[in-house]
Design a protein around this ligand. Structure first.
Ligand code: SF4
Length: 363
């Protein structure tokens, strides 16, 4: 991430949360429909309550694009989400991130230079026109553009299997960025065998594989991961089953394959929310995803027992940089005509990234 977060004055950092929220609401009234605050499911509650729209990253970006009267779109999420919103919105809409250090560590594990280098190395051992690149939406705009310009697609955690199936019809191999685990879980769900899936370890020649291993493989997985979802394990699930025999376990597919295989269900944030909402009163759940979403589910469904899957809360530390203080600081600046923390994707990158996003929507 190139932009540096300007210091947030101490008067914001020391203010009471309820005062900050009241001042945010006053700004929202003042801006009216010109301002749209988007809140990702993993945001802390005080920020989430201020959002005009809530959801997962792509849903929010698409909703922002549809809200044409909104001139200022404030994405309470992480950097790649704000980039996706900027790509999909039009020139009259500007997108802002309340804290510039709110990046996604997993997205940052695949830089476009690393990916371009890997792509070139792979071309030395496999016919390039037979490799279809696919990137998880949790990736930089530059990676999306790289993929889009090479005939590939974006995927989300809810459509990854469908996109992988599409890619395998178009070519011999998939190069999947940046999340090893979503890629592996989706490939396994499509029936691919372990020996058809190889890990590309960034920084190692040929990703640490022999030319023969790469030639044999159907799916190459970049070795990125989400620190939050890596906290969940099959052992935790076994422990819950011993403690609560009636428990149902649902987990996000960024978790490792052993944990996903041991769970009753796996799915995106929206799928997790729907599964709990549609379950019968009195049901007991262990949920493997970010703590703010699980706590919200506990509050929204007092008729169900909902446990955190891991013994300690798993929190996205960069998402947590977006606070009522940073949100208010941003809105105060906008009110004074200072467009701080704007996320702008260069037009040539946005064009390539759109190709990859549009391809996903067609699939
Ligand atoms: S929860 Fe994981 S994937 Fe999501 S923003 Fe945080 S680090 Fe990235």
């Amino acid at each position: 991430m190139q932009q540096v977060q300007p210091p947030i004055p101490v008067e914001y950092l020391e203010a009471e949360e309820k005062d900050l929220v009241a001042r945010i609401q006053a700004r929202q009234k003042e801006f009216g429909r010109q301002l749209l605050i988007l809140g990702h499911h993993y945001q802390q509650e005080a920020v989430f309550q201020c959002a005009d729209m809530v959801g997962d990253s792509l849903k929010l970006a698409r909703q922002a694009a549809a809200a044409k009267e909104a001139r200022y779109i404030v994405f309470c999420g992480v950097h790649f989400m704000a980039e996706a919103a900027d790509i999909l919105t039009d020139a009259g809409q500007a997108v802002f991130l309340p804290h510039l250090q709110a990046g996604c560590p997993m997205a940052d594990m695949a830089t476009v230079d690393q990916v371009a280098q890997a792509w070139q190395e792979l071309a030395g051992v496999c016919p390039q026109d037979q490799v279809v690149p696919v990137t998880y939406v949790n990736s930089s705009a530059a990676i999306k553009a790289f993929v889009g310009e090479r005939g590939g697609s974006v995927c989300t955690s809810s459509n990854a299997e469908r996109v992988l199936a599409w890619a395998l019809e178009r070519g011999d191999k998939i190069f999947f960025f940046p999340d090893e685990h979503l890629g592996r879980n989706s490939a396994k769900a499509l029936g691919l065998r372990d020996e058809e899936i190889v890990l590309w370890q960034r920084g190692r020649p040929l990703g640490g594989n022999s030319p023969e291993e790469l030639q044999r493989a159907r799916v190459l997985l970049w070795n990125g991961y989400c620190e939050v979802h890596m906290e969940f394990s099959a052992e935790q699930i076994a422990r819950w089953r011993r403690q609560e025999p009636a428990i149902q376990v649902i987990i996000h597919p960024e978790s490792n394959q052993e944990a996903v295989a041991a769970a009753d269900q796996y799915g995106s944030t929206e799928a997790i929310i729907a599964a709990i909402r549609n379950s019968r009163p009195g049901s007991v759940w262990a949920v493997g995803t970010e703590v703010n979403l699980v706590k919200r589910l506990q509050q929204q469904h007092p008729d169900k027992t909902i446990h955190l899957l891991a013994p300690t809360p798993c929190c996205c530390k960069t998402m947590a940089l977006v606070t009522p203080a940073s949100l208010l600081w941003l809105l105060d600046n906008l009110a004074q005509g200072r467009l701080v923390n704007q996320i702008k994707v260069a037009p040539e990158i946005a064009q390539g990234a759109r190709l990859a996003l549009d391809r996903m929507l067609e699939i």
